[in-house]
Design a protein around this ligand. Structure first.
Ligand code: F6P
Ligand code: MN
Length: 326
């Protein structure tokens, strides 16, 4: 009989480090996010049957049309993390301010930032979406924990990851010692290790960008895209950051969401999307920049801080940087 691979909890127990208050904390936190991922995955699969398609009828704090599953996903992830009792501060893409952590705001040791349902406009067409998260150790010692614990660069993250809801559900994480993938076995209801120490695929002449915006892009980005096209690159764009990122991690390429003349900071959120994926990219041997600076070194000045981002294969990110003068 084949040996069953380790599950997420077992693997995370072996991947803690001294920066965690207790060796089991990483496993408990990842397990909570993984459980909410199982729930979201099952809700997505049945979305049409349960009238969960479509808009919740409001825009979120950064102006995106909030989908019903954005709201459900946000509550599910927050609730799962709250039940651990380990989280003193949380902030998500769907909330203008910080999420109330109750008594754990005093006692919790960790801060979690997340995008519960990334790429939510894909829900109604049964295309891939994801959940993105990053975990910091608490900074403040005064109580309760506050924005000072959240507004931090990605280089201070202890762990980060995502759940991809595609043709299978994949949980990816790093705690600073490589990137590991787990696949949800729907029969067992468990995430089982499928790729350990994932490496970013070598350069493979693929770019992922919403090129419909290119007339508004700055000259550097227009020159870059003209260059890659002249070199015979192929375009691939799923329209959900997690899915595009994961695809390029496995198959090679670069994802770009530049700033443009109307939106100089682009669209993506530094805390909830860019910094966690940048941590994963670097741990897999890839890179992530805003054109001139490393994403993980950027200091957020507000919870919903946006930044341009170029992420993926390190050679491709370096090439992009040349067009930005870096
Ligand atoms: O969360 C932002 C997001 O949905 C990303 O997942 C995705 O890559 C991007 O927006 C798509 O934006 P656009 O529709 O402008 O291409
Ligand atoms: Mn998103």
């Amino acid at each position: 009989m084949p040996v069953t691979p380790p599950n997420l909890f077992q693997h995370a127990m072996d991947n803690s480090n001294d920066e965690f208050a207790s060796p089991s904390d990483l496993a408990i936190l990842l397990n909570a996010i993984g459980s909410s991922g199982k729930f979201i995955s099952s809700e997505i699969n049945r979305a049409a049957l349960r009238d969960f398609f479509g808009s919740a009828g409001v825009a979120n704090v950064t102006g995106d049309d909030q989908q019903k599953l954005d709201v459900i996903g946000d509550n599910v992830v927050a609730e799962a993390l709250l039940t651990t009792g380990l989280v003193c501060a949380m902030s998500s893409e769907e909330n203008a301010g910080m999420i109330d952590c109750g008594d754990a705001a005093v006692t919790g040791e960790y801060v979690v930032v997340f995008d519960p349902v990334d790429g939510s406009s894909n829900i109604d067409v049964a295309a891939p979406i994801g959940t993105i998260f990053g975990i910091y150790r608490r900074l403040s010692e005064g109580f309760p924990a506050g924005q000072v614990d959240v507004l931090r660069p990605g280089n201070e993250m202890l762990a980060a990851g995502y759940v991809l809801y595609g043709s299978s559900t994949i949980f990816a994480y790093t705690s600073g010692d490589g990137v590991h993938f787990f696949t949800l076995d729907p029969t067992l209801g468990d995430y089982l290790l499928t790729n350990e120490n994932v490496r970013s695929h070598g350069s493979s002449l693929v770019y992922s960008a919403n090129e419909g915006n290119s007339p508004k892009w700055h000259d550097a980005d227009q020159s870059w895209v003209a260059h890659v096209k002249s070199e015979g690159y192929t375009g691939r764009y799923i329209g959900a950051l997690v899915a595009d990122f994961h695809r390029n991690l496995m198959k090679g390429g670069i994802y770009a969401y530049p700033g443009d003349k109307g939106n100089p900071s682009g669209k993506l959120r530094l805390l909830f999307e860019c910094a966690p994926l940048a941590f994963i990219a670097e741990q897999a041997g890839g890179a992530a920049t805003n054109g001139t600076a490393r994403i993980r070194d950027l200091e957020p000045d507000q919870l919903h801080h946006r930044t341009p981002m170029y992420i993926g294969n390190s050679k491709e990110v370096k090439l992009l940087g040349k067009f930005h003068g870096s």
